[in-house]
Design a protein around this ligand. Structure first.
Ligand code: AMP
Length: 397
C-alpha cells in the first residue's frame, strides 16, 4: 500500500482529494471540524517536506450547478485555523484562473479549489474533467474515505493520469488498515456486534463476515425478526416479516460455519415509542401485545459483555436500542463501556457505518475505541466485501 511516506514532496505540487463535506450553520460557520482535522496530517506532511498543496473536495449536493450556499469559500477561515496556515482559495476547480493560481503557488502554500460538484462532470466520472484536475498536480493523494466508494472524477478517474505518482493519504490508509484488521488479519476471537433498525440493511454485511468471525452479537430492532422467526412473542416490536425466512437461513449458515450467534434474552419493553413511555423488563420471547422492545435488558447486557470482554477483535455497527431517547440508551452505552474495557485489555475495536458512529460520538466513546471510521457508506460497502473504486484506482497501475 503506497502512502505519503513513500514520497518526498520537496518542490512538488500535491493535489489532495479530501472530504471537507462539513456541516455548516445558517451563517455558514463550520459546526464540526473533525473532517478537516482528519485531513491535517497528510497536508502537513507535504508542506513540511517543502512542497505545496492543492485541496479539492465536494460540499453538499449541488447536483452539477453552482450554488453559493455550498461554496467551499465558507470554510476557508476554519481550514486556515485548523491547519495553522492561511490558505488560498480559487472560485472554480478547473479553467484558466485555477491554472494561474496553481502556477503562482509557492512551496509551503495551500490552495483550496471550489466545490467539485458544481460541475456535473465530477459525479459523472468524466475523463476530460479528471484530466484537467490531474494536470494541476505532480502527485495525487486520495485522503477521502467517505467518497472512496464512488467512481467520481476526483476520487477514482483522476488516478489513471498518475502512473507511479499517486498514493493514499494517512486517513485513508488508516481506514483501510482498520478494515483489514477486522476482516483479514484480526486476532481471534473476532466478534461483530450488529444492531440498528432493520435486518434488510445488514444482510450483505452478515453474509460477508460470517466466514471471518467467531461471534455474532445481534441487537437493536433487528432482534425481533430473528425472535419472531424462531416462534417468540415480540408484541408490537419492529419486525420485517418478509425477512423471517432469511433470518433463519442466517442462523443456519452461522451454525455451519461455527459462528456463535448471541441474541438478546431480555429487553426493555415500552408501551409506546416515546421517551416518557411506561417500561418493564420482559423476556425477549414473551413481549406482551401493546408493548415493544426498545433496548437490551440487563441479562442480555451481561451475556453480551462476557463475549465482548473475551474478544481480541471487535467490530461494532449499529446501536442495540433506540439510543436517541434517553430511556432506551443504556444498552448502547453499556456496549460502548464493554468495548472500552476490551480495548484497554488489548483488543482492537472498530466502530463504523451509520448510527453507531453517532452513538459513539454522543456518548464520548470516540477516544476509547481503537478506530472510528469516518466513511459511513464506504465503510458499509467494505464490510459487505465490495472493492471500493477509489482504493482500487490507487493500487492498480
Ligand atoms: P441503523 O442505521 O441501521 O444502524 O439503525 C439505527 C437506528 O435503529 C437508530 O435510529 C435506532 O433508534 C434504531 N433502533 C435500534 N433499536 C431499535 C428498536 N428496538 N426498535 C426500533 N428502532 C430501533
Amino acid at each position: 500500500m503506497k502512502t505519503l511516506e513513500n514520497f518526498n514532496f520537496k518542490d512538488k505540487k500535491a493535489i489532495i482529494r479530501v472530504d471537507f463535506n462539513v456541516p455548516l450553520d445558517k451563517e455558514f460557520n463550520v459546526t464540526d471540524t473533525s473532517r478537516i482535522e482528519a485531513a491535517k496530517p497528510s497536508i502537513i506532511k507535504v508542506l513540511e517536506d517543502g512542497g505545496s498543496v492543492i485541496l479539492m473536495s465536494h460540499l453538499g449536493r449541488p447536483k452539477g450547478s453552482v450554488n453559493p450556499e455550498m461554496s467551499l469559500s465558507h470554510i476557508v477561515g476554519k481550514v486556515s485555523e485548523v491547519l495553522g496556515v492561511q490558505i488560498k482559495f480559487v472560485e472554480n476547480c478547473v479553467g484558466k484562473e485555477v491554472k494561474k493560481k496553481v502556477t503562482e503557488l509557492q512551496n509551503g502554500e495551500v490552495l483550496l479549489l471550489e466545490n467539485l460538484r458544481f460541475h456535473k462532470e465530477e459525479e459523472d466520472g468524466d475523463e476530460t474533467f479528471a484530466k484537467e484536475l490531474a494536470d494541476l498536480g505532480d502527485i495525487y493523494i486520495n485522503d477521502a474515505f467517505g467518497t472512496a466508494h464512488r467512481a467520481h472524477a476526483s476520487t477514482t478517474i483522476i488516478a489513471k493520469y498518475f502512473k507511479d505518482s499517486k498514493c493514499f493519504g494517512y486517513l485513508l490508509a488508516k481506514e483501510i488498515d482498520a478494515i483489514e484488521k477486522v476482516l483479514r488479519t484480526g486476532q481471534k476471537p473476532i466478534t461483530a456486534i450488529l444492531g440498528g433498525a432493520k435486518v434488510s440493511s445488514k444482510i450483505t454485511i452478515i453474509e460477508n463476515i460470517l466466514d471471518k468471525i467467531d461471534h455474532l452479537i445481534i441487537g437493536g430492532g433487528m432482534t425481533y425478526t430473528f425472535i419472531k422467526a424462531q416462534g417468540g412473542n415480540i408484541g408490537d416490536s419492529i419486525c420485517e416479516d418478509d425477512k423471517m425466512a432469511l433470518a433463519l437461513t442466517i442462523l443456519e449458515e452461522a451454525k455451519k460455519k461455527g459462528v456463535e450467534v448471541h441474541l438478546p434474552v431480555d429487553v426493555v419493553a415500552a408501551d409506546d415509542f416515546d421517551n416518557a413511555a411506561q417500561t418493564k423488563i420482559t423476556d425477549v420471547n414473551a413481549i406482551p401485545n401493546g408493548w415493544q422492545g426498545l433496548d437490551a435488558g440487563p441479562k442480555t447486557l451481561e451475556l453480551f459483555g462476557k463475549v465482548i470482554l473475551e474478544s481480541k477483535t471487535i467490530l461494532w455497527n449499529g446501536p442495540v436500542g433506540v439510543f436517541e431517547m434517553e430511556s432506551f440508551s443504556k444498552g448502547t452505552i453499556a456496549i460502548g463501556d464493554f468495548i472500552d474495557q476490551a480495548t484497554k485489555n488489548g483488543a482492537f475495536s472498530l466502530v463504523g457505518g451509520g448510527d453507531s458512529v453517532a452513538a459513539v460520538k454522543q456518548f464520548g466513546f470516540e477516544d476509547k475505541v481503537s478506530y472510528v471510521s469516518t466513511g459511513g457508506g464506504a465503510m458499509l460497502e467494505s464490510l459487505e466485501g465490495k472493492s471500493l473504486p477509489g482504493i482500487a484506482a490507487i493500487i492498480e497501475d
